[in-house]
Structures are given as C-alpha cells and as structure tokens.
Design a binder for this molecule. Sequence first.
Ligand SMILES: N[C@@H](CCC(=O)N[C@@H](CS)C(=O)NCC(=O)O)C(=O)O
Length: 205
Amino acid sequence: MKLYETAMTPSAQRVNLFLLEKGIQVERVSMNVRAGDNLTPEFAAKSPTGKIPLLELDDGTCLVESIAICRYFDALHPDELALFGRTPLEQAQVEMWSRVVEIYGLQIAFQAFRHTTGVYADRERCIRAWGDEALLRLKEFLPKLERRLGEADYLAGEHYSVADITAYVLVRMLPRFDIEVNSPHLARWMERIEARPAVQTLNLT
Ligand SMILES: N[C@@H](CCC(=O)N[C@@H](CS)C(=O)NCC(=O)O)C(=O)O
C-alpha cells in the first residue's frame, strides 16, 4: 500500500502521528499540493475529494479522509493504545470529541487559513469575509477545548486518543493566526502530548 501525502500539512500530520504512535511503517508518495500535484486527472481518478492524505491499497482501492485512514490501520493492527477507545462509552467519547474538534476547530482553521491567505486561489473561490468569520469562530472554539481539558486529562477522558491527535494538529496551526496558547489546561495538556515519543519524532521530521 502507498500513502500519498504532503508531510508538512495538518491532515498528513494527523495520519503520521497516528502511525508513529502505533509504530506502523508505510510506503509514501510525496506530493506538493501547493504546486498542484493533487490536481491531475490521475489523482482525481483515485480520490473523490482530490485532497491528501490518500491511502492506496495493493488492489487499487483508495481511502481518503485522515480519520478513515487511521481507522483502517487501527482495525488492521489493534493494540493496547486503543486510540479509538476501549469501552462502548469511551469509543463514543472519542468519536464525539474527534467530531467536535474536526468540525468546529480544524475545518474552521482550514477555512480561516485558506480564505484569508488565498493560498489555494488557483483552485477555489477565496472569500476574505468568510476567512475572517472563520477566524472569529476558531477563536470562539478554543475556550471550549480549555473547558474540556479542565475536566479531564485527555479529550475523551483518562486516555490519549485520536481526538487528541486531531486537537494537537489544530493547536499546532494556531501560530499561523498569531494565536498564543496561554490558557492553563490547554498548556498542561500540550506538555503531556509533547512528552510522547511519537510526537517528539513527528516534531523532528
Ligand atoms: N478532511 C480531510 C482534509 C484533507 C485536506 O484538507 N487536505 C489538504 C492538506 S491539509 C489538501 O489536500 N490541500 C490541497 C488542496 O486543497 O488542493 C482529511 O482529514 O483528510
């Protein structure tokens, strides 16, 4: 199988951090999305979204959406980390926080970045007012993360999960918007996350 990615992008980082946590190696196809490597007819034939990451299996089946790719690897290689949760309740909490962080945090940050910078103006209509609004929504979302991390060590409760990986990738984007993490629970959670060997390896690459 082959993982098509642009390693510096947040979505690739989500999958890479997940794979590092699980100690899984996979062949990579490095793409430059800024240069439009993902805009070719060949890539469009593999992907309904045209975005990376994309996992191509040996039989030609292609998977997009970073969480779907992570789920596939997790089902192939279950382990004691149980990054999608253990008990029915924990699995639901992981799903809940993954969706909350992705829908109200990461996707909004993507919109803010794309529409305020016009970085992908060669392939989409950029609307500055929507970028400004998305940035406001992102700023309004961060206190919700802070509140949750005041209640529990990790987003889904007592265990690190894929929801924390998504949130960590989101927090890593904040300097792009000149947003500093100075809320105490979020800062302590960041210290816990950054002490993880997988995160340290990601940050070295
Ligand atoms: N929800 C998707 C987001 C994928 C996505 O937005 N990928 C970006 C990089 S972070 C991309 O391919 N950008 C190039 C483009 O939009 O043309 C996922 O989690 O995989």
